[in-house]
Design a protein around this ligand. Structure first.
Ligand SMILES: C[S@@+](CC[C@H](N)C(=O)[O-])C[C@H]1O[C@@H](n2cnc3c(N)ncnc32)[C@H](O)[C@@H]1O
Length: 234
């Protein structure tokens, strides 16, 4: 292998965080929390797992992609669901992230969710490896982290996801992750009948998803949010 190929992925800026009540991480750059202040894990289950019908759809070689890896909570929750189902095989999870959290901060954020304790402990020493190599392979998952601005990195992505988790910060604070052109690339990287969901029900998000080609639906949201959005590629 050449020296170039061995080079670690060091070309990124870590997220600068402040902590609310020493529990919930907030990205200073976006002034927005990484997950619901009510119950982050329940929100993930409602918005991403249930809305995409993952408890039924997960199967060997299922492909999930995500905008915004953050604390890794969506990934860990998907793995939790996979193992709860005693699903055989491997699922593929590709996440796009411009400002990764430091491994110790990811671990601190995850400690908020004791339900995930056995799973998250498995990853304590693996987050730095993920940042260094851009991928982790376990017995039942294959995780890929694509570092950089998703609007650019997705251009080279050759993925056909069965399901997308759109998890940027709120469209008002992080508009770049909801741009029409990016969502067109998300559409290109989605399998036929593939689905997506997001906690946001903002008009701009629904309009951009529609222009990208998705069939869009506004459905019941989690907690204080009355609505959220899900969509399908037909
Ligand atoms: C709400 S957080 C994601 C939470 C995450 N899914 C979790 O499970 O903790 C939004 C994420 O989007 C990332 N982000 C913001 N702008 C981005 C961009 N242009 N490209 C890629 N990632 C971006 C942020 O750094 C942050 O990690």
């Amino acid at each position: 292998m050449t020296k170039e190929k061995c080079k670690p992925l060091t070309n990124y800026t870590y997220a600068d965080l402040v902590w609310r009540n020493n529990r919930i991480p907030i990205a200073q750059k976006f002034d927005d929390p990484y997950y619901s202040l009510d119950n982050g894990l329940e929100e993930v289950r409602h918005v991403f797992l249930t809305s995409n019908k993952l408890p039924h759809r997960l199967k060997d070689e299922f492909k999930i992609a995500e905008l915004g890896f953050g604390t890794g909570l969506n990934f860990l929750s998907t793995l939790w669901q996979w193992r709860l189902k005693k699903q055989k095989g491997v699922f593929f999870y590709t996440s796009f992230e411009a400002f990764p959290m430091r491994p110790e901060e990811m671990i601190k954020a995850q400690s908020e969710f004791p339900e995930l304790s056995s799973i998250k402990n498995e990853f304590l020493s693996l987050w730095s490896e993920l940042l260094e190599k851009g991928k982790l392979n376990g017995k039942d998952y294959s995780l890929k982290l694509i570092l950089g601005d998703a609007r650019h990195t997705i251009k080279n992505a050759k993925i056909t996801a069965d399901c997308w988790f759109l998890d940027g910060f709120s469209p008002a604070k992080n508009p770049e992750l909801w741009e029409e052109e990016l969502l067109k690339d998300v559409y290109r990287c989605t399998a036929d009948k593939g689905t997506l969901s997001t906690y946001s029900a903002a008009g701009i998000v629904r309009r951009n998803l529609s222009s990208a080609g998705f069939e869009v639906e506004r459905v019941q949201g989690f907690g204080r949010k009355r609505h959220m959005t899900k969509a399908i590629k037909k």
